[in-house]
Design a protein around this ligand. Structure first.
Ligand SMILES: Nc1ncnc2c1ncn2[C@@H]1O[C@H](COP(=O)(O)OP(=O)(O)OP(=O)(O)O)[C@@H](O)[C@H]1O
Ligand SMILES: [Mg+2]
Length: 440
């Protein structure tokens, strides 16, 4: 039974609803979830099972419709099971809740893109702006003013009152990037704001009430930091309503080729991406990427710049410093495969079962293939949604005293950008002065 669920779900890519004919034990219910079931419940005599099933199917169809929209497919590239599962979680958190979202993941995996997606999909009425504050750039002495703003004369040099990040994010979204870098005292200062959405400006006496959605991201292992004492437990539990873990590229190597094609399209607008000759493709898929998607993007840019003519990218397009030492080509099967196999065997699976389960996954992951279970699921549930259902997008430049404001997305009806410009949504905005972030 568990094997069947595993086989059908393809690591959670396809939805499986497991309904127990009798009350399920906790052990059975958890085992089903681990095997890939999206939901599990028992068929009880007194419950309206059909309505329960219908409600779940409707929710999943709505999520998969967004997942398969041009907005998501064109900006957040990837069709691997790990990526699809993450996106479904993000879409669910963004559209069906107003909760804080904590995004965890290694450097360069796409945390900022995910934060932008959460804000874009957020369905609040009259939604305000997305304000991004990079916590690595907050100078301790100016932190109060940066977050809370200040009154005129609050300290030397405060010649005029100034709004902080909280005020700017009122009715919108505040994205605290690299939140793991916040000092312990600053975390303590932010507790009340996170809990009660109330703060006082530096040098001010009155409480200001604000309303915004909080998104946070870090590449630190925050749970471990809490245990180590490097991050406040009370602060962690206030910000971690939804935790989204973005998988590293090593866990979604099927996404490498589609990502290269995506970046090639960005670099050569209006042109089809060049093909990739097999030896190069094998190398690019097997090579490690400690800097994740950002590293892949940089490598693609370097290859595209070297590439001339109309043929496919070849090993000749690899920059000199990228060549592996002679005789040390990364190869497949690699340690990642070996460790996955060891884990499956340790869980009691037979090689035959593993082979049966991996066959369909291999079918959906042939190089260059963009078809996905999610797309199929979405097609079955009514096809792609039109971009017009998602908030239109605008970008305004920050002005004067508004240091950390980066306005990316707005639901304002007067927005001038039509649905034909989906790429604008995630175009990197200009970095702001006082909060300018380290270059990447
Ligand atoms: N799935 C994706 N599709 C398209 N582009 C992506 C994807 N993931 C990441 N990128 C691109 O890779 C780069 C790095 O992404 P991003 O800045 O969101 O990573 P990050 O996790 O916030 O990194 P860091 O922890 O270093 O801040 C960006 O240029 C982003 O546009
Ligand atoms: Mg980031």
């Amino acid at each position: 039974m568990l094997g069947e669920v595993r086989g059908h779900s393809r690591h959670g890519l396809r939805r499986v609803l497991a309904i127990g004919g009798a009350p399920l034990t906790g052990e059975a219910a958890f085992a089903l979830r681990h095997a890939g079931a999206s939901d599990v419940f028992s068929w009880l005599d007194n419950s309206d099972t059909a309505a329960q099933v219908a409600a779940r199917l409707a929710r999943w169809a709505e999520i998969d419709e967004i997942l398969d929209s041009a907005l998501v497919r064109k900006n957040l590239v990837g069709r691997s099971a790990a990526w699809i599962k993450l996106l479904r979680q993000v879409i669910e958190a963004a559209t069906f809740t107003e909760s804080s979202v904590l995004i965890l993941g290694e450097t360069g995996v796409g945390k900022e893109l995910i934060a932008q997606l959460v804000h874009t999909l957020d369905r609040r009425r009259d939604k305000g702006d997305l304000v991004i504050l990079d916590c690595t750039t907050v100078v301790p002495e100016l932190a109060g003013s940066e977050f809370f703003g200040h009154e005129r004369g609050a300290f030397t040099g405060a010649s005029a009152p100034r709004d902080g990040a909280f005020a700017l994010a009122h009715r919108g979204t505040l994205f605290l990037d690299e939140v793991g870098e916040l000092s312990l005292p600053l975390q303590a200062q932010l507790l009340r704001m996170v809990q009660e959405r109330a703060y006082k400006r530096v040098g001010g006496n009155s409480w200001q009430q604000i309303d915004f959605r909080l998104i946070l991201a870090t590449n630190r292992q925050l749970e471990a930091e809490v245990v180590r004492g490097g991050f406040r437990r009370d602060f962690f539990h206030r910000i971690a309503s939804w935790i989204c873990r973005v998988p590293p590229l090593a866990e979604r190597t099927e996404d490498i080729v589609p990502l290269i094609e995506h970046f090639a399209r960005e670099l050569r607008p209006g042109q089809e991406p060049p093909g990739i000759e097999e030896p190069l493709q094998r190398y690019l898929v097997a090579r490690p990427y400690p800097g994740n998607v950002r590293e892949l993007k940089n490598l693609t840019a370097r290859m595209i710049k070297r590439h001339v003519g109309s043929g496919p990218l070849t090993v000749g397009d690899l920059p000199e410093d990228e060549l592996p030492p002679e005789g040390a080509l990364p190869c497949w099967p690699d340690e990642q495969l070996a460790s996955s196999l060891r884990r499956a065997l340790a869980q009691g699976m037979s090689l035959r079962e593993i082979s049966r389960i991996t066959k369909p996954a291999a079918g959906g992951a042939s190089p260059g293939s963009n078809r996905s279970g999610a797309a199929d699921a979405s097609r079955q549930s009514g096809g792609a949604i039109s971009l017009s259902r998602l908030p239109p997008v605008t970008r305004r430049s920050s002005s004067g005293e508004r240091p950390s404001r980066r306005i990316l997305c707005s639901s304002s009806p007067g927005c001038s950008h039509g649905p034909s410009e989906p790429k604008r949504i995630f175009r990197a905005p200009a970095r702001a002065s006082a909060c300018s972030r380290r270059s990447k």
